[in-house]
Write a protein that binds this ligand. Structure first.
Ligand code: B16
Ligand code: MG
Length: 225
């Protein structure tokens, strides 16, 4: 079957290309602990794909502290978390690209399909540089210009527009519930990586199970009348 009607494949970063989610979690857990708020991994699932300030709001709400801080103080707290996150990011090397991702991207590119990135992380550039993956992406949506984080489709629509692709003929790859919702809202075909991702059109448990030929065929089947 021809690939010509698939116009782009757009990837989430944290949790799909590399496991920076564990660094976000460690940095938020430390900050939450300083505020007397306990968060666990189940709670952290809700923060995946959610912007820095929205994540802080969720944590404060979890601890019943949503009215404790001024906007300026919240910005200071978010910046403390980011400093800790950036310290952890210095550990990242090209070995931290998740299994199967280089081969999966190579298959897509070999089919002549452009590849984009839709991460709401303002540290995406640093992460890609540490992984030595920046040049692989034909277009990287700029998180700093995005007004609505996932589950809003804005970042995926921006990536499709940057690649000149019609979202209806494009595929998004995500590991987080908010990200799958964003892909669904964009009209793209949603590939989920992980468990409990209702709304995914195609689901694998881990990145090493991503097979381009299978996903391509599944995408074309959904187009059939
Ligand atoms: P930063 P993604 C998201 O990246 C993360 O999943 C989320 O946990 C984080 O809060 C958000 O980026 C903002 O990141 O603080 O680095 O700007 O999943 O969209 O690649
Ligand atoms: Mg993610």
């Amino acid at each position: 079957m021809a690939d010509t009607r698939i116009e782009a494949v757009v990837f989430d970063l944290d949790g799909v290309i590399t496991d920076t989610a564990r660094f976000h979690y460690a940095a938020w857990k430390q900050l939450a602990g300083q505020l007397g708020i306990t968060i666990d991994e189940a709670f952290n699932e809700r923060l995946k794909g959610v912007s820095r300030m929205d994540s802080l709001e969720e944590i404060l709400r979890e601890g019943g502290q949503q009215d404790r801080f001024s906007l300026e103080e919240k910005e200071q707290l978010a910046s403390e978390k980011n400093e800790q996150y950036c310290r952890l990011l210095t550990q990242l090397t090209p070995e931290d690209v998740l299994p199967g991702i280089p081969e999966f991207i190579a298959s897509i590119k070999a089919a002549g399909i452009p590849v984009g990135l839709a991460s709401v992380s303002r540290n995406a550039g640093t992460v890609l540089e540490s992984l030595q993956l920046g040049p692989v992406f034909d277009y990287i949506a700029d998180a700093a210009l995005i007004r609505n984080s996932k589950p809003d489709p804005e970042i995926f629509l921006t990536a499709c527009a940057g690649l000149g692709a019609d979202p209806r003929y494009s595929i998004g790859v995500e590991d987080a519930p908010a990200g799958i919702q964003a892909i669904n809202a964009s009209g793209m075909f949603a590939v989920g990586v992980g468990k409990q991702l209702p709304g995914a059109d195609y689901l694998v448990q881990s990145t090493d199970q991503l097979c381009w030929e299978e996903i391509r065929d599944c995408f074309f089947q959904t187009l059939l009348p």
